[in-house]
Design a protein around this ligand. Structure first.
Ligand code: FAD
Length: 441
């Protein structure tokens, strides 16, 4: 299997000091063994694969999920838990230029639908992922950014049909948002959640609906004759339909079409020990809103129900135990600069994971062009809690030859082009990363 990062990235090292896996027990999942025949085989047990499996099982399909490690092992069990608008990293101007205004608008509508879809899944299946936050709050880190919030609010209202709340810099302290910020804008859509509990909740719902989920069952080959034949170390699987849901953990040859159509990129997060009421007061940060600043490479942070602070930012371009340690020092530095009163507070949890970027900076959910009967959903650009769950629903419908029950925007139907530079394509990210380092972002 051909992967873009070194083996370290795909091992236990980057998640060894993760927080989420300490918050819930991993249920038992069997290994795939022997001959297995099913309607739909799903590769990958994150949001995309499990949402697809749940919807397929509910429709009566015999669906099997094959996960290389355990459900929630990938980005779905490592993220910041911002169930919010997003999925594309393209600006409105880029979307308009590449796809036209009607397609841009439709895509923005699908972002709001994805958030509602995910919340409905959580409620319908009784998943309890420690929800908090009334929508998302963006904080201006410069006066210029604050001045742009009026126009941003107007765009949000036009695109998503909700009215954002502007909080001027003079009121941030009384809102419990004291920090190096000049204003805030809250969009009342989305919630913060524990992504590990949410993923395991999806797995549980999928199993209750009849899906079978196999752990430690890495798919090592895919071939297609009339249907699909998959191999894992101990099983041979025959399926009518296939869904590849491996996103940032994809391999360039599984299947070959994936080659260079995504760039895996690291994101990093830390979690503090529970903060005391005095420590919260000393920093002036008491809000439970999920927040991010509006830098190009943004910081995301939220005070969780147990008074631990989660803080995340982009990861590095390289991956090894040494680079992980260096990245931990970098993220600590950014955390202490934003919250100086917490410079003494330990962060026992620190981890990273892979998300995926597409050349057009938009997500894809649809057929794998040269493999009739195979589908994939990928590249949510660091915003997959809602969008990957939503894509999973679309993939389930497509795999059953049904028109998707949800809005299926034109932009998400366009298969990703290839990145230049083949397996060395990570080099494409050097210029923006170097610029971010130089400008402190
Ligand atoms: C640190 C971090 C923070 C983030 N924060 C946020 C956030 O706050 N909000 C947000 O919306 N998004 C966030 N994201 C992005 C989000 O986590 C992802 O977009 C989303 O989890 C993608 O889900 P997925 O199911 O497509 O992929 P994944 O969850 O990555 O699942 C892919 C799975 O495929 C498995 N796999 C790979 N190859 C094989 C194989 N050959 N056989 C079997 N299994 C295989 C992997 O083991 C993995 O479990 C963050 C990501 C990271 C890394």
């Amino acid at each position: 299997m051909t992967c873009v990062f070194p083996a370290h990235t795909y091992g236990e090292g980057p998640r060894a000091h993760g927080y989420w896996q300490t918050t819930a027990e991993m249920p038992d999942f069997p290994r795939a063994e022997g001959e297995i025949t099913c309607d739909v085989a799903v590769i990958g047990a994150g949001f995309t694969g499990l949402s697809a499996a749940l919807h397929l099982a509910e429709a009566g399909q015999d669906v099997r999920v094959f996960e290389a490690e355990t459900p929630a092992w990938g980005a779905s069990g490592r993220n910041g838990g911002f169930c919010c608008l997003g999925g594309s990293a393209a600006s409105d101007t880029m979307l308009r230029k590449m796809h036209g205004e009607p397609a841009r608008r439709e895509y923005r509508q699908s972002e709001a639908e994805a958030v509602r879809f995910t919340r409905a899944l959580i409620d319908a299946h009784g998943i309890v992922p420690d929800i908090h936050s009334d929508g998302e709050t963006v904080l201006a880190h410069t006066p210029k950014a604050a001045a742009g919030f009026a126009e941003r609010a107007a765009r949000i209202k036009a695109d998503y049909g909700v009215t954002p709340r502007f909080i001027p810099g003079s009121e941030l302290t009384q809102m419990g948002m004291k920090g190096p910020f000049y204003a805030a804008l809250t969009t009342p859509l989305g919630v913060a959640l524990n992504p590990f509990k949410y993923t395991l909740g999806l797995a549980d719902a999928a199993r209750r609906a009849g899906a079978r989920i196999y752990a430690h069952s890495r798919v090592t080959s895919i071939s297609q004759t009339r249907g699909f034949t998959l191999a894992t170390p101990q099983a041979r699987i025959t399926a009518r339909r296939l869904i590849v849901a491996t996103n940032g953990y994809s391999s360039d040859d599984l299947p070959g079409w994936m080659r260079a159509r995504y760039i895996p990129t690291q994101s990093n997060a830390i979690v503090t020990r529970p903060l005391t009421e005095d420590e919260l007061a000393a920093q002036g940060w008491t809000t439970r809103q999920m927040c991010y600043d509006d830098r190009f490479f943004l910081h995301y942070f939220r005070l969780m129900p147990d008074n631990r602070m989660l803080f995340g930012m982009r990861g590095g371009l390289f991956s090894s135990p040494g680079f992980d340690a260096r990245m931990h020092r970098t993220i600590r530095r950014h955390f202490e600069a934003m919250f100086p009163a917490w410079a003494h507070v330990e962060t026992p949890y620190s981890w990273n994971g892979l998300l995926s970027l597409a050349p057009d900076l938009t997500p894809y959910a649809g057929p794998i062009p040269d493999m009739p009967g195979a589908f994939t959903g990928l590249s949510y650009h660091g915003n997959g809690v809602a969008m990957a769950s939503y894509a999973g629903g679309i993939l389930a419908d497509l795999a059953m030859d049904r028109t998707p029950r949800t809005l299926y925007p034109e932009i998400m139907r366009k298969p990703p082009r290839k990145w230049p530079l083949g397996r060395f394509r990570r080099a494409m990210l050097w210029p923006p990363y170097a610029l971010a380092t130089l400008t402190g972002g």
